[in-house]
Write a protein that binds this ligand. Structure first.
Ligand code: ATP
Ligand code: MG
Length: 417
């Protein structure tokens, strides 16, 4: 029996991969306009890094991590997200000593043991960005505008931006207590998960998908009404700067995010197209994260988007590539000439195809059709003898006689032949 891949771990095949390359190239191009540089981080980290940064009472750490002991007895985890690793690298390499402001982006696979379904996999891919060293709300607005700009460049009108504030260690504890008090009367309605984390992480009930929790949290107090003066001011200024540059957003007071390290601004890019997998990108400010992993007290903000979900939103668009030229050849000599021309034209920067095995003209033309090349050139004995061959523009239908040398064919193809 043939061996198959592991459930929740996908192959991305040619035909689909062009879409991924387009998403990645768009992210690089847009993020670099905003001064970000790429950072490449390892897939495996010490388990402790994620426990400390993401938080012990989160879904990820409680039940989703791929953790194991390596042959040396070290407890390691395949990264479930990128922020913790980026911040670990930032601290480890003392990047802050040079300049506390680091503007970084990353892309690559993440691993979470979840129930696979559309838009949710066990190996999935994130493109993420992190900006450290700036506490000012201008940077919150900048990050959100960059993310919006990225989706606009992809030509997507969905997803839309939702923002909220989670306050800070100064004002969140009082809010937590107010929420716990509110939930206490309704605790029977909460799902088992939310009952269990009533003490450790009661805020999660606000964005829990279960019907009971949604009902129980109707009319719950809002964090936004409990923000301290500084957090309130930060939120107002973030909004003002978004409005200044016309970045559309709405406020979602129930958005709490699943990771412990968030403070103040949190946000999601949400879609209605992917059912329960509605968050295409998510992030927030994490002013306490860097110090929690042993670094200095430096603020940060960032997000990660799910590439699979972005690709699903682009499902209708065609990213397939077409070669510039297909050369059909009849006879051994013509076939050798086609091979020589193909090689010379590839070196000039053209994508060229031939039929490797020199089958019948009919089957070669079928192949040309399948490739959907922009031009075709047909070489037989007569063409070899006179040193020219018909070059046909497959889009316009026009045809010219091109001399059988790469430069002439190049000129004919770029000259609008
Ligand atoms: P969800 O609520 O859908 O589980 P999350 O809050 O766990 O998302 P984050 O940890 O914030 O997600 O990750 C950022 C983004 O990564 C998500 O918005 C989503 O697009 C994507 N993502 C997260 N988990 C998965 C997964 N298992 N498969 C595919 N994409 C994912
Ligand atoms: Mg999740």
């Amino acid at each position: 029996m043939a061996i198959t891949g592991i459930k929740g771990f996908n192959d991305i095949l040619p035909g689909e991969v062009e879409k991924w390359q387009h998403i990645e190239a768009t992210a690089r191009r847009v993020f670099e306009l905003y001064g970000l540089s790429e950072i490449r981080i390892p897939i495996l980290e010490k388990t402790e890094l994620f426990c400390r940064s993401i938080g012990d009472a989160t879904d990820i750490v409680e039940k989703e991590m791929y953790s194991f002991e390596d042959k040396g007895g070290n407890k390691v985890t395949m990264r479930p997200e990128g922020t913790a690793s980026v911040m670990r690298a930032y601290v480890e390499h003392k990047m802050h000593a040079l300049d506390p402001v680091a503007r970084l982006y990353y892309m690559g696979p993440m691993f979470r043991y979840e129930r696979p379904q559309k838009g949710r996999y066990r190996q999935f891919h994130q493109i993420g960005a992190e900006i450290t060293g700036v506490a000012a709300p201008t940077v919150d607005a900048q990050v959100l505008t960059m993310l919006t700009h990225f989706f606009q460049e992809l030509g997507l009108t969905e997803p839309s931006l939702q923002i909220n504030s989670l306050g800070c260690p100064c004002c969140r504890p009082a809010y937590r207590e107010a929420l716990k008090k509110f939930l206490l009367d309704r605790i029977d309605k909460l799902c088992d998960d939310c009952k269990r984390r009533y003490e450790t992480n009661p805020l999660r009930a606000l964005d829990c998908k279960s019907a009971g929790c949604q009902e129980a949290t109707q009319g719950a107090p809002s964090m936004l009404d409990h923000l301290c003066a500084e957090c309130g001011d930060h939120f107002d200024k973030t909004r003002k700067h978004l409005e200044l540059v016309g970045t559309p957003y709405s406020i979602n007071q129930r958005m709490v995010r699943g990771l412990d390290y968030y403070t103040r601004t949190t946000f999601e890019m949400v879609t209605t197209m992917l059912g329960a997998q509605s968050a295409v990108a998510a992030g927030g400010r994490y002013d306490g994260l860097i110090s929690s992993i042993g670094g200095p007290q430096i603020p940060g903000i960032g997000f990660a988007m799910g590439v699979e979900r972005v690709a699903l939103l682009l499902a209708e668009k065609d990213f397939s590539r077409r070669p510039d030229l297909f050369i059909a050849a009849l006879g051994d000599e013509a076939h050798a000439e086609a091979f020589r021309l193909m090689s010379a034209l590839q070196r000039l920067g053209f994508a060229v195809e031939i039929d490797y095995e020199g089958k019948s003209l009919k089957s070669q033309m079928r192949r040309a059709d399948k490739f959907n090349s922009r031009f075709t050139l047909i070489i037989g004995g007569d063409e070899l003898a006179r040193g020219t061959a018909p070059l046909k523009n497959m889009d316009g239908g026009t045809q010219v006689e091109a001399a059988l040398d790469a430069a002439s064919i190049q000129a004919a193809m770029t000259g609008g032949a």
